[in-house]
Design a protein around this ligand. Sequence first.
Ligand code: GLU
Length: 275
Amino acid sequence: MIPYRGRLAPTPTGLLHAGHAATFHTVHARARAHGGNLVLRIEDLDSARCWPEYVAGVIEDLLWLGLDWDEGPVFQSARRKLYLNAWLLLVEAGAIYPCSRSRRDVERAGRAPHEEEPIFPTEWRSSPDPTRDDPEGVNWRFRVPDGRELSFFDGRLGKITRVAGRDFGDFVVWNRDGIPAYELAVVVDDATMGITEIVRGEDLLTSTCRQLLIREILGAPQPTYFHCPLVRDSTGRRLAKRDAALGIRALRAAGASPDEVITGRFSKPLSRLGQ
Ligand code: GLU
């Protein structure tokens, strides 16, 4: 059997909140329960938004939560060459095409009531360009096989299926500003790092289906998946980095213990912590 390898993959565009703590705790617990190795991968491709202070803060918070790792930190910003190689393979396979439409154009085109996200209109598709040997200056989109069902087995949720062209449309794999997109970078990293199980938030279920398509073209081995529930605030909204009140720093300053932050069960009402 292949030994278990997991990854902790924070994006340092801000500090961690209680939702990250719960997910990263599950990442850690599953790796340790399998006697596996854990890689810390810092997803810092967007250099304008990923600040060194956040990297240091995220690492400090992980350690405070009692979550350790065996390898890394590995920085995505140092792995551009690998993503470029993958981009070239996708170009050669005719799987992606240069696209002048922005994400905002797609949002403006709107979404049908049943759609989880706005779908890239198929009439905006252009042809692949096998003559290109660098991605610069334009967005690159993956042409999805319309109508194809993409399924995987999730360790918590069971079989998950999405239909290409209905649940998600052509998606960006390389941004016009020169930054490889999350979907591409994460597939390349998980494959080259030999990750055997991907544990992350359930907001990424549809992304997993997009990633299956990239994996197929790149011939990446198939990991197992475990998507964690999202932590919500008292109004039912999922937490965002701007929700400072449920930030690990604020909870810690208010006297919460790592275990309370991870479980979301506090011995005193949050408003009275620290009193
Ligand atoms: N870096 C992503 C995040 O912080 C996680 C990506 C993943 O686990 O694939 O949401």
